[in-house]
Ligand binder design. Structure first.
Ligand SMILES: C[S@@+](CC[C@H](N)C(=O)[O-])C[C@H]1O[C@@H](n2cnc3c(N)ncnc32)[C@H](O)[C@@H]1O
Length: 210
């Protein structure tokens, strides 16, 4: 990143990885970085353990999906789910690419033209003193807009309604507008875990204003 960005995520490492996951991170992960000149169609930001990235990959076999996630245990979980016992990526997941770090490093290059950008359950940072850590501020939304194709869409889901309202306020300061076009959305691990405690998530679907 050119300037020092405020950190929007928690820890990068959790409990020690199994031997299989360690070897997947060491040997397979480097083969899944975005390839030079390759058109990447869909970006998922903060994929957690990657269930939704897997869904996107199988639902869109002709598209390339890039997942960005700085939490290495989540990255390792996705690798474990998409690779066979020898560490080779299963055929149905060959369209997945992984960026194991802050997505802003990728986006600041400004070289992408995504048709879809997904952000499901971004960290809400609910305490007032942490608000500056919220990823989906106006600057970040403008950065997404720069990396969106002409008809591209940004799909945001959150069950934190105060954050939802805050994001809509941020959108007003950008060249993005809400669109009502329907989107097929599956439940992520985070969402399933929280179903007992929260209400249904709300979604914001954005496109560049006409
Ligand atoms: C609450 S979790 C949700 C995970 C997943 N989307 C789900 O719904 O299960 C938010 C995720 O966003 C990731 N995240 C936060 N800031 C990020 C950034 N700047 N770039 C990429 N991922 C980020 C965090 O590491 C975390 O895994």
């Amino acid at each position: 990143m050119e300037k020092q960005e405020i950190r929007t995520f928690g820890r990068r490492h959790g409990k020690k990885l199994s031997a299989r996951k360690e070897s997947l991170v060491r040997d397979t992960l480097p083969t899944l970085c975005p390839r030079a000149g390759e058109k990447i169609d869909i970006l998922e930001i903060g994929f957690g353990s990657g269930e939704h990235v897997q869904e996107l990959a199988t639902a869109n076999p002709d598209k390339i999906i890039l997942g960005a996630e700085p939490f290495m245990n989540g990255v390792a979980a996705l690798l474990s789910a998409i690779c066979d016992e020898r560490g080779a990526v299963l055929d149905k997941y060959k369209n997945i690419r992984i960026f194991p770090d802050d997505v802003r490093i990728v986006l600041n290059g400004g070289e992408f033209s995504f048709d879809e950008i997904w952000i499901l359950h971004p960290d809400p940072w609910p305490k007032a003193r942490h608000e500056k850590r919220r990823l989906l501020n106006a600057d970040f939304l403008n950065l997404l807009s720069k990396n969106l194709s002409t008809d591209g869409k940004i799909i945001i889901g959150t069950d934190h309604w105060e954050y939802y309202d805050w994001i809509l306020e941020q959108v007003k300061k950008t060249n993005l507008c809400e669109t009502k076009s329907p989107q097929n959305i599956i439940k992520t691990r985070y969402q399933k875990k929280n179903m007992a405690h929260t209400t249904e998530p709300k979604y914001i679907i954005l496109a560049r204003c006409a």
